[in-house]
Ligand binder design. Structure first.
Ligand code: ZN
Length: 343
């Protein structure tokens, strides 16, 4: 099969301007780096090294949408403000796998398209972190932290984090060719930092809290599995295992990015179930002790974060387009620039 794909035909390193498409430890199954949009869509039904990446986030998107629709029959999302943070969380849970599957589908249209696709992917992931903060802030805070300073500023700080992390992860694409290590560290940091921040209430509940007001309920197992899969997700992202050990062996099925997608989704599934439990089990107590979420705190904040992140992505896209031909981030434009100069 590798003969019918791009680098199968042209040889792995014969096209230096396409270096940015090259993935560590994956030797074959590449699509043409200048595919049309239609080719990209059709390629999701052919076996390339991106096919499983596309489907491992496309199908879960519809699983989460279905989960949301079922819940919307039993929970009054429109009128009961108690459920609003969950609504925001659910929207962002559906958004991140959808954006990711689109990014993987259209990433081989051009070098520009590839960067922009992943800018959007990173933005959606940052926003998912904000979604976690919405839910944790509303339903998962340990009893003794409810109405504390951290509780009040938890979601605004998470929104601020999403700006920092989208910027950092988008920026990490620029030094990718010259300093791959720095790029990887920046990108990993951009995802680990909001994860650690969001999970402060959980870490406290799981590890440091002893006593009656520690909210030790049936949800703890769900959060535990969520954290386990999140750890595994981070490990796969950073390690590039197993393909690093056996380059070429896992090109189509089983490479780290596919496993990373699956772990992320399974982790989100456990998180969603645990949040649902907390939301139901603690409804009476939280309604009596915490202030109800307001429309502005929830949907105002969500809109501001969406707009802010889009603005950051637009800015990086402009920087990218301006850097055309002068920056190695756009290697594949080099031949075009050369052609233009000849004309
Ligand atoms: Zn991905």
């Amino acid at each position: 099969t590798s003969d019918s794909t791009f680098w199968g035909k042209f040889g792995v390193h014969s096209e230096p301007e396409y270096t940015i498409f090259w993935e560590d430890g994956i030797m074959s199954g590449y699509r043409h780096p200048k595919s049309s949009a239609l080719d990209c869509i059709l390629s999701s039904f052919q076996m390339t090294n991106e096919t499983v990446n596309i489907w491992t986030h496309f199908l879960p998107t519809w699983y989460f949408v279905w989960r949301f629709l079922v819940l919307s029959y039993s929970l009054d999302f429109c009128r009961d403000a108690y459920y609003w943070p969950f609504l925001a969380y659910m929207f962002l849970v559906c958004l991140y796998p959808f954006t990711s599957s689109c990014a993987h589908t259209f990433s081989t249209m051009s070098a520009h398209a590839r960067h922009i696709c992943y800018f959007l992917d990173y933005g959606a992931l940052s926003l998912y972190s904000l979604g976690c903060a919405f839910s944790y802030g509303a339903y998962s805070m340990p009893d003794r932290w409810v109405n504390s300073t951290l509780h009040h500023y938890f979601v605004p700080m998470a929104a601020f984090n999403s700006f920092i992390c989208t910027s950092l992860s988008c920026y990490s694409r620029f030094p990718e060719l010259e300093c791959p290590r720095l790029s990887k560290i920046l990108r990993t940091l951009a995802f680990v930092y909001p994860f650690v921040f969001d999970n402060i209430p959980l870490f406290y509940r799981l590890l440091f809290c002893f006593g009656d007001d520690c909210t030790w309920n049936d949800t703890i197992a769900g959060y535990f599995y969520h954290l386990l899969f999140a750890l595994l997700t981070g490990f796969l992202f950073a390690s590039h295992l197993p393909e690093r050990l056996a380059p070429g062996r896992f090109d189509y099925i089983g490479h780290s990015h596919q496993l990373f997608h699956i772990c992320a989704v399974v982790g989100t599934h456990f998180q969603l179930e645990a949040i649902l439990w907390d939301m139901h089990l603690r409804q009476a107590w939280l309604s009596a002790h915490a202030l109800p979420p307001t429309f502005a705190q929830t949907f105002g904040m969500l809109s501001a974060a969406l707009l802010g992140n889009l603005l950051i992505i637009t800015t990086f896209t402009c920087v990218l387009l301006r850097a055309s031909g002068t920056n190695s981030i756009l290697q594949s434009t080099v031949p075009e620039v050369a052609q233009l100069k000849e004309q």
